[in-house]
Design a protein around this ligand. Structure first.
Ligand code: FES
Ligand SMILES: [Fe+2]
Length: 472
């Protein structure tokens, strides 16, 4: 059923307190962007399973999406010295990002302009004074201009400028280096929509990579990222009362968000869920503080007149502020505690929170439609005046390994195991279903629909180029 003209479709919400009501009761008030909410009903038609399983659809994404959309390749901190390189790969595409001058970062296709050989074998960091092809030794300066062609006498037909490395659009925001293989792409800042405005309040350029974990997941890249776009799964997957009243925002074609509160469980929102484990009797503030103790809190009890949420936020301000040499006294309870997740089309997630400070990126794994690469970074705030240290190398976790083997993830290890535990069964379930597609909730799963709608624009050849920008 499609109910696009029904004025009540998408209007229903969970019972109990809303995120906005919880934020309004906080001891330290949230900044303006967190008080905004924006949602519109986008339709309720099923999403075909073939978008996750078909080779043809996957190939269309390679041909029409991945070579035309902005995507972050690495962080500025990966390229601190002139000559530092990072190779980024997505599907068949490979891009070299290089600091070619003190203030210049450029990107090029990782392909020799003689007979096409890759100049770097695989993704990751490196350093070079210039680029040399391992096959016949053609070489280029860091700015991509040709340096030397051995046996130049045999190439009178080669004009140097036509054989410079092939440039790739490269722009920066929030400490991230984005690339786009479409020369006609609109500027990154337009594509980012509300992100630059909202993230003025939580500058990601003043953070550093504390941990980067990279894992192969047994599902199409869209199914994998969609496991992180809603809090509807929390009850069943995480056995948690958390997020049943989450707020979902759609800011346009490219940006969406959820906010779900930590430390205020609005258990009335669970009225339709099986059992009454969390509701009867409702959790006391001390029991909530117990749940939050995984964050490493000083208090074991909630003082009279306080809430677990305000106590936990204050304890974290002290502990983390001291650890990082930062004054966090002005940071709102929400930013200290909550799971606040912005998604940027097609595959990027940015969390502005202090205690939940993640960045995710999902992409195809080579040409395998059933498999994806999940990059997870934890971005820690830098101390006042502190410069970026050398970033850590990615920790690679094999498909069958547990996230709990990555000690630095702490309490998050088992959460990521839970989040990723359904993926293989989902990818397999797509293929055995007689029903042709996924059914989505009108509100809680609207962000997933928004991604598919924008993906359709790219499939129709209208998604990324500047002249197609509708200003929506
Ligand atoms: S293929 Fe690169 S120098 Fe020949
Ligand atoms: Fe989850």
């Amino acid at each position: 059923m499609t109910d696009k003209d029904n004025p009540t479709a998408g209007v229903a919400r969970a019972s109990g307190e809303t995120v906005a009501e919880i934020l309004s009761q906080d001891r330290r008030k949230a900044p303006a962007p967190l008080l905004e909410s924006r949602y519109e009903f986008l339709g309720d038609a099923d999403i075909p399973f073939t978008r996750y399983t078909s080779r043809e659809f996957f190939q269309s994404e390679i041909d029409r999406l991945w070579n035309r959309t902005w995507q972050w390749a690495c962080r500025q901190e990966h390229l601190q010295e002139v000559g530092d390189t990072w190779v980024y790969e997505v599907g068949p595409y490979s891009v070299i990002v290089v600091r070619s001058g003190e203030d210049t970062i450029q990107a090029f296709l990782n392909s020799c302009t003689h007979r096409g050989t890759k100049l770097f074998a695989r993704e990751g960091s490196g350093y070079s004074g210039g680029f040399t092809c391992p096959f016949h030794g053609w070489s280029w300066h860091l700015d991509g201009t040709i340096d030397n062609i051995p046996a130049r006498w045999d190439f009178p037909h080669v004009c140097d400028s036509g054989h410079n490395l092939q440039p790739v659009r490269c722009e920066q925001w929030g400490g991230f280096i984005f690339i786009n293989m479409d020369p006609q792409a609109r500027p990154l800042l337009e594509y980012l929509d509300v992100l630059p405005d909202h993230f003025q309040h939580f500058p990601l350029e003043r953070r550093r990579i504390r941990l980067h974990v990279q894992k192969i997941l047994p599902a199409n890249w869209k199914a994998a990222q969609e496991a992180f776009m809603e809090a509807y799964h929390n009850f069943e997957t995480h056995n948690s009362p958390n997020g049943a009243n989450a707020q979902y925002d759609i800011f346009g074609k490219y940006v969406s968000r959820f906010i779900h509160n930590i430390g205020n469980y609005s258990v009335d929102a669970l009225e339709d869920y099986p059992g009454d484990k969390w509701r009867n009797p409702p959790l006391t503030e001390n029991e909530i503080l117990q749940i939050l103790s995984a964050y490493g809190l000083e208090h074991e009890e909630v003082p009279a007149g306080e809430t677990a949420r305000s106590v936990a936020a204050e304890d974290l301000r002290h502990r983390l502020g001291k650890k990082w040499g930062l004054d966090l006294s002005g940071i709102s309870d929400s930013l200290m505690l909550d799971s606040i997740e912005y998604h940027l089309f097609p595959n990027m997630f940015f969390f502005p929170g202090i205690n939940i400070p993640m960045v995710y990126r999902f992409r195809p794994n080579g040409d395998d439609v059933d498999c994806s690469i999940f990059d997870l970074m934890i971005l820690e705030p830098l101390g006042d005046g502190e410069t970026h240290p050398e970033p850590p190398d990615p920790v690679r976790v094999e498909i069958e390994q547990s996230y709990t083997e990555v000690e630095e993830l702490g309490w998050l290890g088992h959460v990521y195991d839970e989040d990723t535990s359904n993926l293989q069964m989902q990818q397999e379930g797509f293929k055995t279903s007689r029903k042709p597609g996924l059914t989505l909730g009108n509100y809680q799963e609207a962000r997933i629909r928004r991604v598919h709608m924008t993906l359709d624009d790219f499939m129709a050849g209208e998604g990324g180029a500047a002249e197609d920008y509708s200003g929506e």
